[in-house]
Design a protein around this ligand. Structure first.
Ligand SMILES: [Zn+2]
Length: 148
């Protein structure tokens, strides 16, 4: 069974697409960030757009799962979208990431395994959780709150 990497047994709940399907669906930057665990440059165009957003929700760019909302958004000054808590914790998975000689917590979409960013704790931000979900803007699909 271990010689069949293209068919992981995940209980059937994971969204699995081929690399070619993701490449077709995503922009090169979105693909690099979400499927190859890349990090976008801080203070980029997508981040500027993020800062200009009003009330709404942030969904996974890959599968559409709701991840964050503008209610938990805060301005950290780090150059990436920052949230102090997920909107839908069940769609967020946190994994220990020991790459680059650091112990960090990687944040991924539980539905489709998209890399979203990292979460940092105890930095002293004046937020209810003292956690900073540092998320790549390229991984987020903003959907404005419906009027009314
Ligand atoms: Zn997803």
């Amino acid at each position: 069974m271990q010689s069949n990497p293209s068919s992981p047994q995940q209980g059937g709940s994971k969204l699995n697409k081929t690399e070619a399907q993701w490449r077709e669906q995503l922009t090169p930057e979105q693909y690099r960030v979400t499927r190859q665990a890349g990090t976008e440059h801080p203070y980029g165009t997508a981040y500027e757009e993020f800062n200009a957003h009003g009330a709404g929700n942030y969904h996974c760019i890959c599968c559409g799962a709701r991840l964050f909302s503008s209610n938990e958004k805060f301005h950290s000054g780090c150059g990436w979208p920052s949230f102090y808590d997920p909107a839908e914790a069940e769609n967020i998975e946190e994994r220990v990431d020991s790459s680059h000689g650091m112990r960090r917590i990687e944040v991924v979409c539980r539905v489709c395994d998209a890399h979203l960013g990292h979460v940092f704790e105890g930095e002293g931000y004046d937020t209810p959780t003292d956690r900073r979900f540092c998320i790549n803007a390229a991984a987020l699909d903003y959907r404005p709150a419906e009027a009314g």
